[in-house]
Design a protein around this ligand. Structure first.
Ligand SMILES: [Cu+2]
Length: 148
């Protein structure tokens, strides 16, 4: 009876592992769970600020560890700055890397960007080592600045 129980438990474990392996093969990349209380915020410029074309942006993070993108530890990640992005990127793929989605994979906490005159929006979107957004997304308030 005891042997039977062990055998059944062993089979259940093996089959759940097989299911997980199969899911990993077919499933899109998964977004990691956000630790409760984790948040990011734009320290500068202030929402509504009137600024020159060279804009110094400072990033803040609380409740989750800021690390370079080479570190796959859970509950860690790096900043992404979204410039004039209307809606968040799709959650089941890495955050795009282009002129409006900037990655700070060396764990940077500030940058200087160059913007054309007029209104622009800035928003931070925290991502893990694979540049995946968290669930729920760890995003800052979207601010609007006016470039002279
Ligand atoms: Cu990234």
């Amino acid at each position: 009876m005891r042997i039977m129980t062990i055998l059944v438990a062993g089979l259940a474990m093996a089959s759940s592992l097989a299911v997980a392996q199969e899911a990993a093969k077919t499933a899109p990349m998964l977004h990691p769970k956000a630790p409760s209380g984790a948040h990011v915020f734009i320290i500068a410029p202030k929402d509504g600020a009137i600024v020159g074309a060279d804009v110094h942006v400072k990033f803040g993070v609380k409740g989750i560890k800021l690390v370079p993108a080479t570190d796959p530890a859970p509950n860690t990640g790096h900043h992404h700055l979204l410039i004039d992005v209307a809606s968040l990127p799709p959650k089941n793929a890495p955050i795009p890397s282009d002129a409006t989605h900037l990655h700070f994979g060396k764990a940077q906490t500030e940058t200087t960007i160059h913007l054309s005159p007029g209104d622009h929006t800035l928003q931070l979107d925290f991502g893990d080592f694979a540049h995946m957004q968290f669930d729920p997304p760890i995003v800052s308030k979207k601010i609007t600045i006016h470039v002279k």
